[in-house]
Design a protein around this ligand. Structure first.
Ligand SMILES: [Zn+2]
Ligand SMILES: [Zn+2]
Length: 180
């Protein structure tokens, strides 16, 4: 099991790759279909790396199942993103959008935190830990979901909500899970 700084590095590299791909699409160097398939490949490889960072050794089927689940949801979002791109939602003359296409592309890297956290819970379980405690970071601005997910004490490891799960902070979440 590596440290979370390996995850931060993976997240930063993935952000760069996804933004670069999207920049190629936006400057007509990459057709939409190819963009989507390369984006998918980049995400899959990154989520496998995130699971590997949290795993104790090689990736066994339960880790691969986590990657498949998280990725399936991300690919749903990606097809909506592709639809928005195809419909010209990001073309300047159309109404302003909240994020630029490049910013929206980079946001996908944040979901690596969820794969990493779920894989970490699995690793701790396999190491014999049975309880977990999810705490807010007092110095961080936590979202509504994070406030709900804190546990105020030890709970069964199966009950704890992984970092990045349906949470508005996603990759910026500063919550912490301890295990015993
Ligand atoms: Zn949150
Ligand atoms: Zn949080």
């Amino acid at each position: 099991m590596l440290t979370s700084s390996s995850l931060q590095r993976e997240t930063a590299q993935t952000t760069v790759k996804l933004r670069r791909l999207t920049s190629e699409l936006r400057t007509d160097r990459l057709p939409l279909e190819q963009w989507q398939s390369r984006f998918t490949d980049t995400l899959r490889a990154a989520h496998l790396s995130a699971a590997e960072i949290a795993a104790d050794g090689t990736l066994t089927p339960p880790y691969e199942a986590i990657v498949d689940e998280v990725l399936a949801e991300e690919l749903d979002y990606l097809s909506k993103f592709a639809d928005d791109l195809a419909s010209g939602q990001y073309d300047e003359e159309v109404s302003p959008v909240r994020y630029t296409a490049l910013e929206r592309a980079g946001l996908y890297a944040a979901a690596l935190a969820l794969t990493y956290s779920r894989a970490t819970i699995l690793t701790r379980q396999s190491q014999g830990h049975t309880q977990a405690w999810r705490r807010l970071n007092a110095l961080a601005r936590s979202c509504k979901q994070c406030v709900e997910y804190q546990t105020f004490g030890w709970v069964g490891i199966d009950e704890v909500v992984a970092i990045g799960h349906r949470c508005a902070c996603r990759g910026r979440c500063k919550c912490h899970i301890s295990f015993r």
